[in-house]
Ligand binder design. Structure first.
Ligand SMILES: [Cu+2]
Length: 315
């Protein structure tokens, strides 16, 4: 008994410590935009509605155990009692109401937060094209004709329209503090609309396991004022351009120790990546010539080194 209680205490303490894992400062609970805010509101409304069922259950269980304990003196003995309309009504009615309300809310929120649905705003959306690579994220700003890897700079208080694809396996794009995850798939374009409501630095990541470099496939999101965004674009102009040779190098399996920006990007690069993936089946990377043990070993060593560089850069 004592051991059991101690066990429960440890679990309870662990739950209390969970916020230390970053959920409250990196996740949607620390929402920085309307989408994450709506997700957060929905999350708490789900907790509230389910408590209607959970609280009476946890209150009633010990009461029933106490009331019908074997050692109770002078209790009424009713062996023929077997039905109560009030109890049946509560047991069936309450959950039905809760499930109906949860279902209705989920329906509403799902349509309201449809990732393909543009965010109503007086400013036009900024287009950003996203290409997931092994193990990095390429961001193309088609109207600014520039690109960046593992770094996404966004103007604050302006809707962002993401078009996403993958130049490798399926991956999953997510900026938890802005909300809504979306998959990237080769030969296909998915859409996502987000808005950063306040300036700040937010993390983004791939949430779909895709091999050795997965843990390092993160990117930083900087939400800045409109003026600062234009400044940033102008500042990047002096950087080297992204050409096809450089893109091919980027699309190889590797981990980048630090983000990169390119002053220019080929026009229609995104469209070309999508149509190339349609022409060559994505599986072609998997059926490439088998590697010798020596080559495999070298690749492993190379990745290990890249991972070390990445961690060093992060710390
Ligand atoms: Cu799934």
């Amino acid at each position: 008994m004592v051991k059991q209680v101690a066990g429960y205490c440890v679990v309870f303490a662990a739950v209390l410590l969970l916020p230390g894992c970053g959920l409250t400062d990196h996740g949607f609970l620390a929402s920085a935009g309307p989408v994450a805010q709506a997700e957060r509101d929905h999350f708490f409304s789900i907790i509230g509605w389910t408590l209607i069922v959970i609280v009476p259950l946890f209150v009633a269980a010990p009461i029933v155990l106490w009331k019908y304990r074997i050692g109770k003196k002078g209790a009424v003995y009713r062996p023929n009692w077997d039905f109560s309309w009030i109890l049946e009504g509560l047991i069936w009615g309450l959950p039905v109401v809760v499930v109906a309300v949860l279902g209705w809310n989920l329906w509403q929120v799902s349509h309201k937060l449809d990732p393909y649905k543009p965010i109503a705003h007086d400013r036009p959306a900024l287009d950003v094209q996203v290409v997931s690579l092994d193990w990095k994220w390429l961001f193309i700003y088609p109207d600014q004709h520039m690109a960046a890897v593992n770094e996404l700079v966004l103007p604050v208080d302006r809707p962002i329209h993401f078009s996403l694809t993958s130049a490798t396996v399926m991956q999953s794009f997510m900026i938890p503090r802005l909300g809504s995850q979306i998959y990237t798939m080769p030969g296909m374009v998915t859409q996502l609309h987000l808005l950063a409501a306040k300036p700040g630095r937010y993390g983004g990541l791939n949430t779909q396991y895709n091999g050795e470099g997965f843990a390092e496939q993160k990117f930083s999101v900087q939400a800045v004022s409109a003026a600062r965004f234009h400044e940033w674009v102008a500042d990047q102009r002096s950087r080297p351009a992204l050409d096809m040779a450089e893109y091919r190098k980027l699309s190889e399996r590797s981990i980048l120790p630090e983000p990169k920006t390119f002053g220019r990007a080929p026009s229609k690069l995104f469209e070309r990546i999508v149509s190339d993936a349609k022409r060559i089946p994505a599986a072609s990377t998997a059926v490439a010539a088998p590697k010798s043990d020596h080559e495999k070993q070298r690749e492993k060593e190379r990745l290990k080194q890249q991972r070390r560089d990445y961690r060093e850069q992060q710390s």
